[in-house]
Design a protein around this ligand. Sequence first.
Ligand code: AMP
Length: 442
Amino acid sequence: MEFKDLKLVEPIQKAIIKTGYTTPTPIQAQAIPPLLEGKDILGCAQTGTGKTAAFALPILNQIATARYPAPSNKNAYALILTPTRELAVQIFENFKTYGENVKFNMAVVYGGVAIGPQIRNVEHGVDVLIATPGRLLDLIGQRKLSIQNLKTLVLDEADRMLDMGFIHDIKKILGMIPKQRQTLFFSATMPPEIEKLANTMLINPVRIEVAVVSSTAEKIEQHLMYVDKSQKKDLLRHILNDPKATRVIVFTRTKHGANKVTELLVKNKVSSEAIHGNKSQNARQRALDTFKDGKTRVLIATDIAARGIDVDGITHVINYEIPNISESYVHRIGRTARAGHSGIAISLCDNEEKAFIKDIEKLIGKKIPVDRSHPYHSDAVENAALISKGKAKAMVERATGGKRLNIGYGGPRRSGGSAGGGAGGSASGAPKKKRYFTGFGK
Ligand code: AMP
């Protein structure tokens, strides 16, 4: 199937050609036709599968063919609910790209930044609103925005939303929107509570399943390196000596860990920057931009910060610390080998982390090949008896100053209404609303 076989209007086809995409990804090929017919979708897919275009293109097609009313006083017609600010901005950017030739109003709203500019962006009505749940409810509570005439709802990363404690916000939002609407529900995993939520939201959905979370992408070459904890830094430096490691993400479990690794690399003259929840939204975006531009070679990230990262050409993902949540492993290594490229994922495992590896291997259904070909390989660690997961977690927590580990992707929601996970930052406002013009639409 080619893009031209999908019944998308010409301005959208043109934008797709400009991006360089030639064929729809499996989720796009399966989701776009039923979505254009107005059907609901239940999509089991993670980022990296092309799911953003799978929902953005049909929504833009609705707008271009004047299926939504003209934006009017405070109304939003398509709402994309997403768990993190990074993801929200990413989706916003994608809409801009795919909708380059379509005239429409769009805004993105998320917590942790001033609400004023966001109010100005939504109060005259928008075709497309991308939002994190808490800030959306703030805006509705302040009567700056209405979703009662909504036509299309996209719930993105539903499993992550639940992990981050957004279920009550989601239920509130569902109570505010019309029953008659089109609903698109995406989740990387489908545990029973997600199925239950999906059942309450969808009507006869078309079920689409691409690359479930427990299957790690085949194009990722995975390595497991057993190493003494005290030698992890040396091993990291050794790995980064590889000139082929041109664009690298290093994962740590905690913000503190991320800062420590960054200091180490900067000291060793490796261009690197950390991205985590303690940094302001602006600082995070700046770090991401310099990484995307290739000015920074290594990005050090925690799991939550990594959720929205969509950077092509990441050559290596390094798990400096093994995640205690197995699904995080799949999400982490999925940062590389995107959109058809290959990539390398290296996990540095010390004595205390072996139980986490065992859990990960259970989830992905295979053993991660052990790489003993580096100078810091430790037989002692490899052969050491397994420490139970509970004990290992307690040990790791003690080592991180008694702090709770980064459970899931965001930890509990902050109270106070603004969403997005992690601490808020400098209040700089949201990207400006833009209008895009074409011969189509309004
Ligand atoms: P997503 O899952 O939406 O985050 O998309 C993952 C990556 O795949 C992004 O870098 C997209 O730009 C890219 N992508 C999306 N659709 C296609 C396509 N049909 N062909 C090639 N790349 C694509």
